[in-house]
Design a protein around this ligand. Structure first.
Ligand code: HPA
Ligand code: ZN
Length: 326
């Protein structure tokens, strides 16, 4: 309802956020101009008109094309600053941020440039925005297992800045089991593990993420509802699911937000939280997602508080810091 206050008043942790997916059209054009990169769109409005997706792949095509404007350390720092400012305005107090090193290295941007640029902004985040942060390095699952291993080795000098590894990009046909070895290596190095699973892929991919990769959280995971035994497992272990409602509608996982299973997931006792995924592309930052599910699904204040509490329970925080947020 139009009269209800914006749900962004609620303090939250954002745990499913691709930094490259926060690239707004204005910033993309500014970077294209200063870096001399030609974009295949005449204007910001023409670019925005392309944000009409039929599935995950149709989004990924634009996502990878537009990130070509990101070239320098300064670009990555500016991208992260822009996200942090918007996130704070929407209630975010803690952000665990994905980045896709392979998508940059493939274009000739060294992994150190990416990490130094992001780290420069994140170092200032507590003081400037009142946000604590973590970095999660994702492997592109439509690239080879060897490429993921090489990326992990290239990142070794910076593992002290990286909290976890993740798995993203085109899901169907690229099961978690493909990345068993690199996740083993990450765990041996003391990193946490997460993986996108059960967004477009089947419940079997969620089982693999749990049992083969040993993940601490599942990103999306909405298709777990098709498998009763899987739901029972996720509930028993209180495995966090980082659900992204506006993303799911834009990528046609669900026809309409009113069809989203978030209330059923809460009712089942799953540890779900709400996140924005790629907010520049999907029509909203994290507070917008909370407001949208409140309005479309009729979630009451207690349900919204549960979602926010779950986000802090699922975060990679030491217990003292976590207690301060709860
Ligand atoms: N799913 C998979 N890969 C991604 C996404 C997503 O929603 N966003 C950026 N990379
Ligand atoms: Zn995602």
């Amino acid at each position: 309802g139009g009269c209800a206050p914006h749900a962004s008043a609620l303090p939250t942790a954002e745990l499913h956020l691709h930094i490259e997916g926060t690239l707004e059209p204005e910033l993309a054009f500014a970077m294209a101009r200063r870096n001399g990169v030609a974009l295949p769109y005449a204007s910001e409005d023409e670019l925005r008109a392309a944000y009409s997706f039929t599935d995950l792949q149709s989004f990924l095509n634009l996502y990878y094309a537009l990130m070509d404007v990101l070239r320098t350390e300064e670009d990555f720092a500016e991208l992260a600053h822009a996200y942090l400012a918007r996130a704070r305005a929407q209630g975010v107090r803690h952000a665990e941020i994905f980045f896709d090193p392979q998508a940059h290295v493939a274009r000739g941007v060294p992994i150190g440039t990416v990490i130094h640029g992001l780290a420069r902004a994140l170092d200032q985040a507590p003081e400037t925005y009142g946000i604590t942060t973590r970095l999660i390095m994702c492997f592109l699952r439509d690239e080879s297992a060897e490429s993921a291993l090489a990326t992990f080795e290239a990142a070794r000098p910076w593992l002290g800045r990286i909290t976890a590894v993740g798995l993203d990009s085109a899901e169907v046909g690229n099961p978690p089991s493909k990345f068993r070895e690199v996740f083993e290596r990450a765990r041996a190095a003391g990193l946490k593990c997460v993986a996108h699973a059960g967004e477009e892929g089947p419940p079997g991919y969620v089982w693999e993420a749990l049992d083969i990769l040993g993940v601490d959280r599942i990103d999306h995971g909405v298709r777990c509802l098709e498998d009763e035994a899987l739901v029972a497992r996720l509930v028993a272990d209180q495995v966090p699911l980082t659900v992204c409602p506006l993303s799911n509608v834009r990528l046609r996982v669900y026809e309409d937000l009113a069809d989203h299973p978030l209330p059923a997931m809460l009712a089942a006792g799953l540890r779900v939280c709400v996140n924005s995924d790629d907010p520049a592309y999907f029509g909203g930052y994290v507070g917008d997602n909370y407001t949208a599910v409140r309005d479309a699904l009729g979630l009451d204040a207690a349900a919204l508080r549960t979602l926010a509490r779950n986000s802090f329970l699922a975060a990679f925080l030491d217990e003292e810091t976590r207690a301060g947020y709860l």
